[in-house]
Design a protein around this ligand. Structure first.
Ligand SMILES: NC(=O)C1=CN([C@@H]2O[C@H](COP(=O)(O)OP(=O)(O)OC[C@H]3O[C@@H](n4cnc5c(N)ncnc54)[C@H](O)[C@@H]3O)[C@@H](O)[C@H]2O)C=CC1
Ligand SMILES: CC(=O)C(=O)O
Ligand SMILES: [Mg+2]
Length: 603
């Protein structure tokens, strides 16, 4: 989206930024001119803009006459939002608001995280993706197609903003737990990047939502006349790999410092292994999820009173998220003093064919082999319940996409065999959650240590209010991205990912500990993201992959403040632009008043 750049001499140009006020040197004169990047074309029509500034911008008379305050503006927006009868109506309203007035959208998001996040992210983004081709109104990112092979670098040139700091890229092939949604998956990169901006203060114009149309296995979509993607079947893994080689190189060519987050790919292990050494990239579903769940498990293990070596964890789901989480917890157990071999033995992974064992008779996908059991005496356990009876777990994790898979019987068994059973139904959206918060509480008489992927409301049981945790990678990916960008890391190392999860428990307040919360409250997500970024930067420095070396000299306290100072804040952003514009407008008004007698201005 192009925006207007106004220089002091009043000449308006179009620029690709919606950035803030910057100071600009002209090579010729050596003079310093302030250059004001106006937030966005439509933000020129923000009703809080003062009259002198409207005159300066040429928007006087185009906005209702009396300037608003933000409080009134917010009240109006929230009233409009809340008047929508359906969640999808709210999603559409918020998308329009973001496109109409980006700073206002982020001001409202950051002021009302608890209300707005579920509407732009899980669970509502799931429904939006299912209906994307039906509700589509405007481009908010890039769509690349398989037809662009050989020409990707040229297509990327069409992105109108000069500077991109981070992209989230999907092919839509595994959107939340909803399956292959093809190009309709675009809601995910947009939603994730909205959280990068809202939670970690990465400037909105520095984000690029990217969806790659590599065909879809979703037959219903291919036959739907409204579907906006190609009608071809999914390309082969070899074709996908060659396409990605070209894409990665093209992204780096146009934006050499770009951070690339892979999101919601059906089998993301090969691309992570292939690109992680040469690009500042990570996979959120494997690594972000691993880190966030490790962060919650640290507290849960402590509260359970059971030593790490005595934990037995059953995972329903052995895909990117399941394996990513198990690997990360192995790393935590090793940090706690166990050998890797002993730590690995604490895990039993179950997929759609039952317990993952070495002698099951099928060819296991590479990523499952590490955790495959060899101590099953040739017995194959087909169902989760059989595995629960066999293992008597202290922890059950759901990353299976199977809503309701943690049945009453399974939850009650967890309650019987554990003082504090750890129950994490992590599949998204809510409809795919392996159980609800209420079910976990009721079936364990309130003793469950609980976190879910999508949000649940607090629940009152026998006179006491219980608070669910949200074990969602949104607690770490914004800070991983921010830390990587700010220290200009050349890659995202394992230690940086580990550090992001380790940062989380340091942010839990005494009050939150009292409530047995496993994650800090979402309302403090900006501070949490700054802490995550601090840990990520420190780990990058230890691994020697950072490029901004002067940050190494700063104390933790100073660095955390520096990080916060570098976060986009939609509130101060608008004010500083306003103030700067105000003073420019006064200057201009003064200049104009000198000539006004001869040549009265028409405002
Ligand atoms: N809470 C969070 O932050 C995150 C949650 N997730 C959720 O985790 C879920 C899985 O994601 P991925 O691992 O990336 O998907 P995936 O497709 O890689 O893996 C799914 C796994 O579930 C297994 N599965 C499918 N049907 C099953 C059945 N009936 N019984 C037992 N196992 C079954 C599959 O065999 C596979 O191992 C999704 O719902 C996703 O939304 C993913 C990433 C982050
Ligand atoms: C949260 C997330 O990344 C997922 O459900 O895929
Ligand atoms: Mg995901």
């Amino acid at each position: 989206m192009a925006s207007k750049t106004v220089t002091q001499n009043g000449i308006a140009q179009h620029s690709a930024n919606y950035g803030s006020v910057v100071t600009h040197h002209t090579a010729k004169s050596g003079h310093t001119h302030p250059v004001v990047h106006i937030p966005s074309p439509v933000a020129h029509y923000d009703t809080t803009i003062s009259k002198p500034v409207r005159k300066y911008l040429g928007t006087y008379g185009l906005i209702p006459p009396e300037p608003d305050t933000y409080e009134v503006q917010k009240k109006r927006c929230l009233a409009q939002l809340r008047s929508k009868q359906t969640n999808i109506g709210k999603f559409i309203y918020l998308s329009q608001l973001r496109n109409a007035n980006v700073h206002l959208f982020y001001r409202i998001l950051t002021d009302h995280f608890t209300e707005i996040t579920p509407l732009v992210y899980t669970p509502v983004v799931g429904e939006a993706c299912q209906r994307w081709s039906e509700i589509y109104m405007q481009p908010e990112g890039m769509y690349l197609s398989y037809m662009d092979k050989g020409n990707i670098a040229n297509v990327l040139k069409n992105w109108p903003r000069e500077h991109v700091e981070i992209t989230v890229v999907t092919d839509g092939s595994r959107i939340l737990g909803l399956g292959d949604l093809g190009v309709n998956g675009m809601g995910i990169p947009i939603g994730k990047l909205a959280l990068y901006t809202g939670c970690a203060g990465i400037r909105p114009e520095g984000t690029l939502p990217l969806t790659i149309d590599l065909g879809t296995s979703n037959k219903a979509f291919r036959e739907d006349p409204m579907y906006l993607g190609s009608r071809r079947d999914k390309v082969t893994p070899e074709e996908e790999a060659a396409y990605l080689d070209e894409l990665m190189a093209a992204l780096k060519e146009r934006w050499p410092d770009i951070v690339i987050q892979f999101e919601d790919w059906k089998n993301p292990f090969p691309s992570l292994a292939k690109y992680r050494q040469d690009y500042a990239m990570f996979n959120d579903d494997i690594q972000g999820t691993g880190a966030v769940i490790m962060g919650g498990i640290i507290g849960a293990v402590k509260q359970s009173g059971v030593d790490p070596k005595d934990h037995r964890a059953v995972f329903l789901g052995a895909g990117s998220a399941g394996v990513g989480v198990a690997q990360q917890i192995v790393e935590y157990f090793v940090h706690e003093g166990m050998t890797e071999e002993d730590a690995k033995k604490c895990f039993w992974l179950v997929d759609s064919k039952g317990l993952v064992t070495l002698d099951r008779g099928d060819k296991l996908a590479d990523h499952k082999v590490y955790f495959a059991r060899d101590d099953n005496d040739s017995q194959q356990y087909k169902t989760l319940e059989e595995v629960v009876d066999h293992v008597k777990p202290t922890i059950i994790m759901g990353l299976s996409t199977i809503g309701g898979a943690f049945t009453t019987e399974i939850l009650q068994k967890m309650g019987k065999t554990n003082k504090r059973p750890i129950i994490f139904p992590l599949s998204n959206p809510v409809s795919k959650s392996e159980c609800t918060f209420e079910e976990a509480i009721v079936n364990t008489e309130g003793r469950a240590l609980f976190a879910s992927g999508s949000p649940f409301y607090p629940y009152e049981y026998e006179g006491k209010t219980y608070h669910p945790g949200q074990g969602n990678n949104m607690y770490v990916f914004p800070g991983i991205g921010l830390g990587t960008i700010l220290c200009k890391a050349v890659k995202v190392t394992d230690a940086m990912i580990y550090a992001s999860g380790e940062a989380l428990p340091t942010m839990i307040t005494d009050e939150e500990k009292e409530l047995a919360l496993l994650y800090p409250q979402i309302t403090r997500i900006r501070d949490v993201s700054a802490r995550v970024a601090l840990y990520v930067i420190r780990a990058a420095q230890k691994d020697n992959v950072d490029r901004l070396h002067h940050l190494r000299e700063m104390s933790d306290e100073k660095l955390e403040t520096w990080i916060k100072d570098h976060m986009y804040d939609p509130h101060s952003e608008v004010e500083s632009t306003e103030n700067e514009l105000d003073s420019l407008a006064k200057d201009l008004a003064h200049t104009r008043s000198l000539s006004q007698e001869k040549n009265p201005l028409k405002l």
